[in-house]
Design a protein around this ligand. Structure first.
Ligand code: 28F
Length: 677
């Protein structure tokens, strides 16, 4: 690939380029960036990132590791949004490094006045360099920073290589130990294509938990990028296994296709996705620069009953806490639906308006705005604060939706009738909820089936929700009574995805869980009131058990979302196999472990072993020592790193089409991350 410079340039003249190399670069100015103050500052800048990575990427756990990927991919996406790149390839290499390659213009290779370095070296060594908007650009979201630029990736990489193809030449530079350039940007060959390729190896000094990229995580992110940036092709390839694994995403319909994807297996009310877009110019803070704000919305109602199917983004970043773009959308939705309902007598004079929730029942909407200078607010900085956005979105949606209803009276009728039913169910549910809430709040009515623990310190307490009475009995006997409570489930629980709210409140199993957890549900769910800091789902390791597990996860996702977001939900992992040898019992939790165990005990071929069919086959002692004892057990902690994926997973599962359900159940909970807790 490139003849490696044997040894890095000695410290003292690191920023002095050999004249020959530079002047041969077809008139590139000589970069005599001597060891000046700001170059020392350059190194200190990257050192600062290495010292406090959390400041720049939010966390050094797996989520932070993947932030490095998003940073580099974002730079290619920006090149695509500028109209110069159509294909972005992400490759997880055999050695664990990751490559992102685009076919854009190629990062500028000429020398940047201010830093005296090439554009490439500036982008990869100066903090916030190449920021999207002017000096020190880049914007902060999601706990860490977004758009901090590629220099943060460089600072947190054991090594990083950049190859730029531009104007007939191929240029290369390598950095090591967190961004120290090895040699300088060199022209290494002719090139008749164009683009930028970055390969980096995350530093194990920074990412102590894991430096292993997760294929699903990257795949979900690239799919979302492809939906949000219609027309850009994103490819992911994993070279770590025996054979390469690859996925390609290209959605020319952009967010319209995103809505269609989320609505897979749901029955639409309006067959084609309603799409609207608009833009407006604003003058930036400097009072001079005019920038465009773009807003686009795609929406489709389906036969589902949930009202939280709105996904909002700003500059391709998920604004999980919503913000002014969502407020604008809700305002328009509520106004247009109610005006139409009154105009065509679906609502009588004396009847109250539909609420926004009524209007959003079964609605999947994707709201994507592009803003030159976004202001984020909220707990995790994922709430868009720019007030001018509210009007833009409200106008765009208002105009388009009212036109759609007027032009499609048949569909409008179906929609309004669905919304009207939602309003009726809301009233009925409120009555039922009021009743359930009263019983849920006075703990004395704890369900009889709950074998509670004696400790009252939620941090220490765990609630095991156990499939079947026999396993429930063993769990009650085998548990640690001080900290472990048991709630046996009688068979399948109600599928909240397909049931209307009033039926949900009437369901005993659901009511028992709400009462036991003790923190209410939905908007008045208060995570500080939960009675257990671990909610453990313990079901059989068969398809029925998996189904019950997913029904429970659907319930938690729909009614106690902070429980999942806060990482309070776990899945118990009972052993699959047991081997008795010389009076001792050995357990294996999967086929691989069974093989290892057989070898470790050097058993003869055909030595008998037990395959557990259900929890009920274990006695209390075995259940305790294999699945409940904190010192021995292995549990999966549920996290939802991508709401839309989870949304689709649930509807895939709960949808009418059995195939995705079976395929889905057989895999582990897709959005869980294994942690030995
Ligand atoms: C695999 C990662 O980083 N692609 C990129 C470009 C193209 C230009 C550019 C990037 C600093 C602030 C201008 C080229 N020609 N892929 C990438 N492709 N950065 S990053 O310019 C950055 C400069 O603004 C580019 C003309 N204009 C811009």
């Amino acid at each position: 690939m490139v003849e490696e410079k044997k040894n890095a340039i000695p410290e003292e003249d690191r920023f002095t380029y050999e004249k020959s190399d530079i002047e041969n670069e077809r008139g590139l100015e000589r970069a005599d960036a001597k060891y000046t103050g700001d170059n020392i500052q350059v190194l200190e800048g990257l050192e600062a990132v290495r010292k406090r990575p959390g400041m720049y990427i939010g966390t050094t756990a797996a989520a932070g590791l993947h932030h490095l990927v998003w940073e580099i991919v974002d730079n290619s996406i920006d090149e695509a949004l500028a109209g110069y790149c159509t294909h972005i390839e992400v490759t997880i290499n055999k050695d664990g490094s990751l490559t992102v390659q685009d076919d854009g213009r190629g990062i500028p290779v000429d020398v940047v006045k201010k830093s005296g370095l090439s554009g490439v070296e500036t982008a990869f060594t100066i903090l916030h360099a190449g920021g999207k908007f002017g000096e020190g650009g880049g914007y902060k979201v999601a706990g860490g920073l977004h758009g901090v630029g590629a220099s943060v990736v460089n600072a947190l990489s054991a090594w990083l290589e950049v190859e730029v193809h531009k104007e007939g030449g191929a240029y290369f530079i390598r950095f090591e130990n967190g961004g120290v350039p090895v040699g300088h940007l060199k022209r290494i060959a002719d090139a008749n294509d164009h683009g930028t390729k970055v390969t980096f190896m995350p530093s194990a000094d920074t990412f102590t938990e894991t430096t292993e990229f997760n294929y699903e995580t990257i795949k979900n992110h690239l799919r979302q990028m492809a939906f949000l940036n219609g027309g850009v092709r994103l490819t992911l390839t994993d070279l770590r296994g025996e054979a390469p694994v690859t996925d390609t995403f290209l959605y020319n319909g952009g967010i319209r296709e995103y809505v269609t994807y989320i609505n897979t297996n749901k029955i639409p009310v309006n067959p084609e996705v309603i799409y609207c877009q608009g833009a407006e110019s604003v003058t930036l803070l400097d009072g001079v620069t005019k920038e465009r704000i773009y807003a686009e919305v795609a929406m489709q109602w389906t036969d589902s009953y949930n009202s939280d199917g709105t996904y909002s983004f700003c500059n391709n970043i998920s604004t999980k806490e919503g913000g002014t773009h969502v407020e604008g959308f809700n305002l328009a939705l509520n106004r247009i639906i109610n005006d139409y309902a009154r105009k065509f007598k679906f609502l009588d004079e004396d009847e109250a308006n539909f609420t926004t929730d009524d209007c959003r029942e079964g609605l999947t909407a994707v709201i994507s705005v592009k803003h030159p200078n976004p202001q984020y607010e909220g707990q995790t900085k994922t709430k868009l604060g720019n007030s001018e956005v509210r009007k833009i979105v409200s106008t765009v949606v208002g105009e388009h939706l009212s036109r759609f209803l007027l032009e499609n009276p048949g569909i409008a009728k179906l929609l309004i009738e669905k919304i009207k039913n939602a309003a009726k169910a809301r009233d009925a549910a409120r009555v039922a909820r009021e009743k359930a809430r009263k019983s849920a709040l006075d703990i004395t009515t704890l369900p009889g089936k709950l074998a509670d623990c004696s400790s009252k310190d939620p941090e220490k307490c765990e609630l095991f929700i156990v499939e079947g009475n026999s396993a429930g009995g063993s769990a009650k006997t085998g548990r640690d009574r001080e900290t472990q409570a048991i709630l046996p489930l009688r068979g399948k629980i109600l599928n909240v995805e397909k049931a209307r709210e009033d039926r949900i409140w009437a369901n005993a199993e659901i009511g028992n869980m709400i009462t036991a957890i003790g923190a209410g549900v939905r908007d008045n769910f208060d995570v500080s009131k939960i009675r257990y800091h671990k909610i453990v789902i313990m079901t059989d390791a068969d398809v029925d058990g998996d189904h019950i597990r997913i029904l429970l996860l659907t319930f938690f996702y729909r009614f106690m979302r902070p429980l999942i977001d806060g990482g309070y939900v776990y899945i118990a992992q009972p052993p699959l196999y047991k081997i008795d040898l010389k009076g001792k019992a050995y357990y294996a939790y999967n086929d691989a472990q069974l093989a290892v165990l057989k070898k470790a005990l050097n058993l003869k071929e055909g030595y008998p072993f037990q395959r557990y069919k259900g929890l009920g086959e274990m006695d209390a002692q075995q259940l305790w020592e294999t699945t409940m004892d904190p010192k021995a057990r292995k549990m999966i902690r549920i996290t939802v790193d991508d709401a839309a994926t989870a949304e689709k997973a649930f509807t895939d599962l709960m949808g009418d089409d059995v195939l995705p359900r079976k395929a889905y159940i057989s895999e582990n909970a897709k959005f869980a991350s294994n942690l030995d807790i």
